[in-house]
Ligand binder design. Structure first.
Ligand SMILES: *[C@@H]1O[C@H](CO)[C@@H](O)[C@H](O)[C@H]1NC(C)=O
Ligand SMILES: *[C@@H]1O[C@H](CO)[C@@H](O)[C@H](O)[C@H]1NC(C)=O
Ligand SMILES: *[C@@H]1O[C@H](CO)[C@@H](O)[C@H](O)[C@H]1NC(C)=O
Ligand SMILES: *[C@@H]1O[C@H](CO)[C@@H](O)[C@H](O)[C@H]1NC(C)=O
Ligand SMILES: *[C@@H]1O[C@H](CO)[C@@H](O)[C@H](O)[C@H]1NC(C)=O
Ligand SMILES: [Ca+2]
Length: 609
């Protein structure tokens, strides 16, 4: 944008602040105001929005949900009738890629940028770690507010809270009920990190003392229903329900979950996990019903997705399963990054199908913004692409490449180009690379109860409030079979599980042809040097623009003991290293606006002369 060195900016800002005692945020606001005035006078007569009213957008995000833990991917072990109903009546996004852990996925979702652009490509933010999405990056709810949306975040945030400026209310959400860190206990809402421990549930800027005691999934669902009930249906709503479930710890719900339903699962932890997923499913049903009751469903877009793959082993083990995909959360194998996802909306023209379109989590910013009637040019340079039109129509492709990640600290990287995927490096000597989790098949698995899906709250709501027939049971079987990954797609036996020996990629790079080897068993690097070369160039292009990780050591000033045993912002934005990019941006915006202003002035003066 400007050629000024960011360090110079930093120094300039510091000087300005010292000299005039002027606050950065007011400088930013001034810059923004000037810009708005200029822009509103120069961009009159923009194209009208196509629809009568912008859609309500509900994003339902699960945390660490495994590929194999929804019915529509072929396992009957954990019944998910509401999630399945949404998927079968909408579009199953069967090649939806995310980042391998929480913070990077959420950052990518909210900004439309690959995390490497912001130094967010590494691990998730630890409690007390002073970093977050840089303040100069605008995020999805801010853009939607610009289109008149009411914006609500319920549940997990996890993209920074060290200063008040990094918290949801200052970043485009006009309502927030949830937690800042990577997880909390399901009943006590406490989070612990190193020798620090404290309460982490907040309503807007305040600790939500007194909410503890109800199961987190219920707290978030009840809050969502409350938001829907109070919402004026004439105003567009953006509601993001970022559930804690089914992230570890395995706290089972006390109510509304019946043991008989899970008796076929012999591993007790897996059974606990199944109950947690079941509550998640119930939550979706209640939210969709409530949208129906308020007359909002007929103009809604509902996106269901997980932030990363399940964790069948290791850190934050939740006994999720990514079978038959290889690898777990944290890895760049399919089990880590090919995330469960589905979308439903009456606005989608072609529904009731499985999409193999390549989608990356960065695509949701432009896709939802465009569906909301926004002009994509507002979003500036991003990595996400608008998938709405091809999703809706059901043909075409807008993406044939995805950067899965480059992590310069762990030395892992991966990318997809058409059928091919290149993977380099491993974590913990490949510990997470070959695990999948339970198959959920076999003689103890229950039959797939499609009647239950047809009678689910989601199906009921669609039938009743849209007056349209829902996908029939025969259709469900067909979609389920299409959405089920077979390790060797050309084999016809669906229970085929006799593998090649897994190629080890921790010492050499691996190239896989996902079209015939979605389970990443067979390294074909030696046979396809041209593709290695293509993918290498692609990775190098991003390697060159990568911002080094913002990783910070934990600041013990964040210790909840200092803050009434509650996790909350502990720094002022001036103390924070990452205030500077923001200051630079404010000055940058101001400089550009001043420049534009001058040009306009000159042009108008010329007109007079
Ligand atoms: C917690 O651990 C850190 C680093 O080990 C130490 O500096 C700090 O004093 C400890 N705090 C308490 C209250 O023990
Ligand atoms: C690669 O993985 C194998 C086992 O999967 C392990 O024995 C070996 O030490 C690993 N090598 C490196 C360099 O991590
Ligand atoms: C399937 O679910 C329906 C309704 O939810 C129930 O009545 C029926 O007994 C179930 N079928 C089987 C075989 O479990
Ligand atoms: C498997 O099937 C796909 C199309 O479904 C085809 O393109 C591919 O060549 C087949 N591979 C083998 C090894 O038969
Ligand atoms: C401190 O936390 C307790 C709950 O743990 C709460 O009841 C009390 O109001 C809080 N005090 C302040 C000053 O916020
Ligand atoms: Ca996660």
């Amino acid at each position: 944008m400007t050629a000024v060195n960011p360090r110079t900016m930093m120094i300039m800002t510091t000087m300005t602040r010292r000299r005039r005692g002027q606050s950065l945020s007011s400088l930013g606001r001034l810059a923004l105001l000037l810009c708005l005035v200029l822009i509103s006078t120069t961009s009159m007569g923009r194209a009208e929005v196509q629809f009568d009213a912008p859609p309500h957008i509900v994003v339902f995000m699960a945390d660490d949900l495994g590929w194999n833990d929804v019915g529509f991917h072929g396992s009957t072990q954990i019944p998910t009738p509401n999630i399945d109903a949404l998927a079968y009546n909408g579009i199953i996004l069967n090649r939806h890629y995310v980042q391998p852990s929480c913070t990077p996925t959420r950052a990518a979702f909210l900004t439309g940028k690959y995390p490497i652009r912001m130094g967010m490509q590494g691990g998730s933010i630890l409690g007390g770690e002073p970093r977050g999405i840089p303040l100069n990056v605008r995020i999805l709810p801010e853009y939607l507010q610009g289109l008149g949306y009411d914006t609500k975040l319920i549940g997990k945030w996890h993209v920074g809270y060290h200063t008040p400026q990094h918290t949801p209310n200052r970043r485009g959400f006009d309502y927030f009920l949830g937690f800042y860190n990577s997880y909390v206990g399901y009943y006590d809402y406490r989070y612990s990190q190193a020798n620090m421990s404290g309460f982490d549930m907040h309503m807007n800027d305040h600790p939500a003392y007194g909410t503890e005691g109800s199961y987190a999934t219920d707290l978030f669902t009840d809050t969502a229903l409350d938001v829907i009930t109070r919402h004026d249906p004439m105003r567009p709503l953006y509601m993001q329900i970022s559930h804690l479930a089914p992230h570890a710890p395995l706290d089972v719900p006390y109510e509304n979950v019946f043991d008989e339903e899970f008796r076929h699962i012999s591993e007790p932890n897996r059974r606990a996990y199944a109950k947690m997923v079941s509550k998640l499913d119930e939550s979706l049903g209640r939210v969709v019903s409530s949208l129906g009751d308020r007359g909002m469903l007929s103009n809604s877009i509902i996106l269901f997705l997980t932030d990363n793959g399940g964790a069948p082993i290791g850190k934050f083990r939740n006994w999720g399963s990514n079978w038959p995909l290889r690898g777990t959360k944290y890895t760049l194998y399919e089990g880590g990054v090919r995330g469960v996802a589905a979308i439903w909306s009456p606005r989608l023209l072609s529904k009731g199908r499985v999409s193999d379109q390549l989608i990356h989590v960065t695509d949701w910013l432009p896709t939802l913004y465009s569906a909301a009637g926004g002009d994509l040019r507002d979003l500036g340079p991003i990595d996400g692409v608008n998938q709405w039109d091809v999703l809706s129509i059901g043909t075409g492709n807008v993406r044939d490449k995805i950067l899965l990640n480059i992590d310069e600290v762990t030395k892992t990287e991966a990318a997809i180009y058409q059928r091919f995927k290149l993977v380099r490096g491993s974590l913990f000597k490949g510990y997470y690379d070959s695990v999948e989790g339970e198959t959920g098949r076999g003689r103890y698995a229950p039959i797939y109860n499609t009647t239950k899906i047809k009678n689910s709250a989601v199906s009921d709501a669609i039938r009743q409030h849209l007056g349209v027939p829902v996908t029939q049971e025969s259709g469900m079987w067909q979609l389920q079979s299409q959405a089920t990954v077979l390790c060797r797609p050309n084999m016809t036996n669906t229970h085929y599980n006799n593998r090649y020996s897994l190629a080890s990629c921790n010492e050499t790079e691996c190239l896989f042809d996902l079209s015939v080897d979605p389970c990443e068993t067979n390294n074909i690097a030696k046979s396809y040097p041209r593709w290695i070369n293509e993918l290498d160039l692609y990775l190098e292009k991003y390697g060159n623009v990568m911002v080094r990780q913002l990783r910070q050591s934990v600041d013990y000033m964040a210790d909840p003991r200092r803050w009434n045993y509650t996790w909350q912002p502990w720094l002022s934005v001036y103390d924070s290293v990452y205030a500077y990019p923001n200051a630079a941006a404010a000055i940058g915006t101001f400089a550009v606006c001043a420049h534009m202003g001058l040009v306009l002035l000159i042009v108008s003066l010329r007109a007079f002369i």
